[in-house]
Each structure stands twice: as C-alpha cells, then as structure tokens.
Design a protein around this ligand. Structure first.
Ligand SMILES: Cc1cc2nc3c(=O)[nH]c(=O)nc-3n(C[C@H](O)[C@H](O)[C@H](O)COP(=O)(O)O)c2cc1C
Length: 266
C-alpha cells in the first residue's frame, strides 16, 4: 500500500510543488565554464538500492570507536553552530565514521546480533524514529575524506560500513547541478538524509510525510552535535535540486526521497 505515491492526494501535490526546480539553479554561464562531462549521465541513472546484498569489495568497514565525541551534552548543544567555510583539508575517516554511527547507526551490540534481521523494528538505533521504523537513511557524497576514494556511498547502519554506489568526485557536480550554495561542494563530505516514505506510509498512511520530516530532523541534530563536538564545520541545507539529487542516489523522489543535505568538513 503506497498511499503517498500514486494517490493524487494533496500530500503528493504538496511534495511536488515544494521541490526546488532546476530553474532556480540554472545559470548557463557557470554551467558552461565548469562543466564536468562525467557528471552528465548521472542524472539519468537509477542506481539500485544495493546495500543489503552489496559484495564485500564495495564495502569499507568504519571504525566507529577510533575517536571520541565525548563533550558534555550541554556543552555540545550550547556550542553548536552552522559553519560552511570548509578548508581544503581532508576530513579524517574516523570523524566521518563517528558522525554516521552516532547519527544513524545501530548500536554496536545490536549491529552484531542482528545481521540476519530483515526488519528495522526494535533494532536499537542511536536515534529515535516514528514507530521505530528508522525511516531516515544516509547517503554520502565523499569529496575529500582521508583514505576513502571519492564517490557516492550508502551508510550501512547495521554493519557500520560504507557501501560504494558510484565512484567519482562529485564536487563540481554538486556545485553546478546539485546544491544551490556552492560552498557545500568544498566540504569533505555531503551527507544526504533521505526518507523511506513508502515504508512509513504502510503504517501511518497520510501522516507519514510529517513523521518522515521529523525523523530526519532528529538525525540531523545528531550530526550537528557530533560534528561540533569533534571540532568540525557542519551546515545543513534544504537548498538542493531535488530531481538531481534523487536521481543521483537512485530515488524516485516520492516513495524514497532526499530531504536534507549536510556538509561536513574541516
Ligand atoms: C532545515 C535546515 C535548512 C537549512 N538550510 C540552510 C541553507 O540552505 N543554507 C545555509 O547556509 N544554512 C542553512 N541552514 C542553517 C541555518 O541557516 C542555521 O541553522 C541558522 O542560521 C542558525 O544558525 P546556527 O545553526 O549557527 O545556530 C539550515 C538549517 C536547517 C535546520
């Protein structure tokens, strides 16, 4: 049952109408100046959701305990800021691992115990979610991360691994096509929070859209607090071209859709 998609409901209309249109980004001059030919086919591809069955050679194990983000919660909250003046220094993999784990990871013991579970329910994640359905997932544009080849990766939150979806440096593509503010293309990594809206709708019908947005908000705050505790620059933006980001990640934009992008870096 997919009540959000194909129903002709006002939620569909709202979602479609509230997308940023390509026209908002379209600037012929900059497009021609920095055009990256390898980026052009990206928009037409619909990558499969490969995370569950992805072969070992596409997987990078993340050490989620290599650094500590052990700032007191009160300090982390009161010191938190948005910063997008990213330097050209590489983001350490340990820092990315910590952010992904604390923001969207299954807790370690559960990750080990639940490798064969086929449901997210009750998995014990580091974030709250409506119905425990864990509707928010993270895909990562790795632009400049120590020891990780640039590309698009899915965070396998149960196994604490990055799963390669597509190789390539998408910094220019993000600046020119994906995100309205160019600064985000200079981040070490851009984390895209997406929602499995169809799954939420099976349980919550028309209220799923509201819940999906709130779920993503909780994950976003975890990213903010962890990044700030680690002394990193972090900034959220909903200012991206939905159709570009969705098709780059293999989402149909309704049942599965990008909701928020966060740039993280030094
Ligand atoms: C949902 C959301 C969308 C945002 N979009 C942008 C954005 O497009 N560009 C930007 O520079 N900052 C963006 N921000 C960051 C806010 O501008 C920032 O949180 C706000 O100015 C308060 O500053 P602070 O986070 O440093 O306290 C966004 C934040 C959130 C939560």
């Amino acid at each position: 049952m997919k009540l959000i998609h194909n129903s002709g409901s006002s939620a569909d209309v709202y979602h479609t109408e509230s997308c940023n249109k390509k026209a908002a980004k379209w600037n012929r001059a900059s497009y021609e100046m920095n055009y990256e030919p390898s980026a052009s086919p990206l928009g037409s591809e619909t990558a499969e959701e490969t995370v569950e069955g992805a072969p070992q050679e596409l997987r990078i194990k993340l050490d989620v305990n290599a650094v500590n983000a052990d700032m007191p919660v009160e300090t982390a909250i009161t010191n938190r800021t948005s910063k997008k003046s990213f330097s050209c220094n590489a983001l350490p993999m340990s820092h990315l691992a910590k952010i992904l784990y604390l923001a969207n990871g299954a807790r370690t013991k559960v990750a080990e115990a639940s490798e064969n579970m086929d449901s997210n329910y009750g998995a014990g994640f580091n974030f709250p979610s409506a119905g425990g359905l864990a509707s928010t997932q993270i895909d990562v544009f790795v632009l400049n991360v120590e020891g990780v080849e640039p590309g698009i990766y899915r965070f396998d939150r149960r196994k604490h691994e990055l799963v390669l979806k597509k190789k390539g440096n998408f910094s220019t593509w993000l600046k020119e096509f994906g995100i309205l503010q160019v600064e985000f293309g200079d981040a070490g990594a851009v984390l895209i929070l997406s929602c499995d809206m169809a799954r939420l709708a099976e349980k919550y019908t028309i209220r799923a859209y509201r819940l999906g947005l709130m779920d993503a908000g909780h994950v976003s705050e975890n990213i903010y607090l962890t990044a700030n505790a680690l002394g990193l620059c972090v900034c959220a933006t909903a200012g991206f071209v939905d159709s570009e980001i969705n098709s780059a990640l293999g989402f149909d934009g309704l049942d599965k859709c990008a909701l928020l992008a966060l740039g993280v870096g030094l």
